[in-house]
Design a protein around this ligand. Structure first.
Ligand SMILES: O=C(O)CCC(=O)C(=O)O
Length: 201
């Protein structure tokens, strides 16, 4: 009984801390959207420092034009369970969106030379209309959206400093996103990305 009361009060505290008030939904068309909550994680600077020190950072490679090249960012995958600080974020978005976010990959863009190319998340190949959560920590970076396959930039954001973005609807099928190289980036940025493995209802 004591434990349950303690859990309840913990969730109330988390609810106040990780509030979705002040968020907005940007519609790309009738079926694709992005939710944005500026400054969603108030203690984002502490979380950045904690992850920088403790996350299992890896340098991944990929094959391009038949050559193996280093990905221009570091990545950490928590396969042995999440630290409590990330579990709280995961719980909050899972409750909000009614789907269990059960994987967490953190990207570290060390400076403006680190980037990720245009893509739609591969989870679209196994799920219809997957939700993809991104919590940005550290310096803001440009985040651009275009139609799948090319065309003009349709949306531009500058996530950083605790901002939450959730891509939803058909966005991973119909659109692509990128964090391009940015000469004037003011420092390192992390993106804590969360995905679900079961089809949302
Ligand atoms: O860093 C970001 O905000 C985007 C990350 C991303 O698109 C990815 O890792 O698939």
């Amino acid at each position: 009984m004591h434990d349950i009361a303690w859990q309840d009060s913990l969730l109330t505290v988390e609810h106040d801390r990780l509030s979705f008030d002040g968020g907005r939904r940007d519609h790309l068309d009738g079926t694709s959207w992005i939710d944005l909550v500026p400054g969603w994680v108030p203690d984002h600077a502490d979380l950045f420092d904690q992850l920088l020190a403790e996350a299992p950072w890896q340098q991944r490679t990929r094959v391009m034009w038949e050559r193996e090249v280093l990905e221009p960012r570091l990545t950490a995958w928590f396969k042995e369970g999440l630290p409590a600080s990330l579990e709280q974020l995961q719980l909050a978005v899972s409750r909000r969106y009614g789907v269990e976010f059960d994987s967490c990959l953190v990207n570290l863009y060390r400076d403006g030379n680190d980037a990720v190319a245009w893509h739609g998340d591969t989870v679209r190949k196994t799920l219809r209309n997957p939700l993809v959560v991104t919590v940005s920590l550290g310096a803001s970076r440009r985040f651009l959206v275009r139609r799948r396959g090319g065309g003009p930039v349709l949306k531009e954001y500058a996530p950083g400093q605790g901002d939450l973005m959730v891509m939803g609807g058909a966005m991973q099928h119909d659109y692509e996103h990128t964090v391009p190289r940015q000469k004037n980036a003011s420092g390192a940025r992390m993106s804590v990305t969360m995905r679900h493995s079961q089809q949302a209802g």
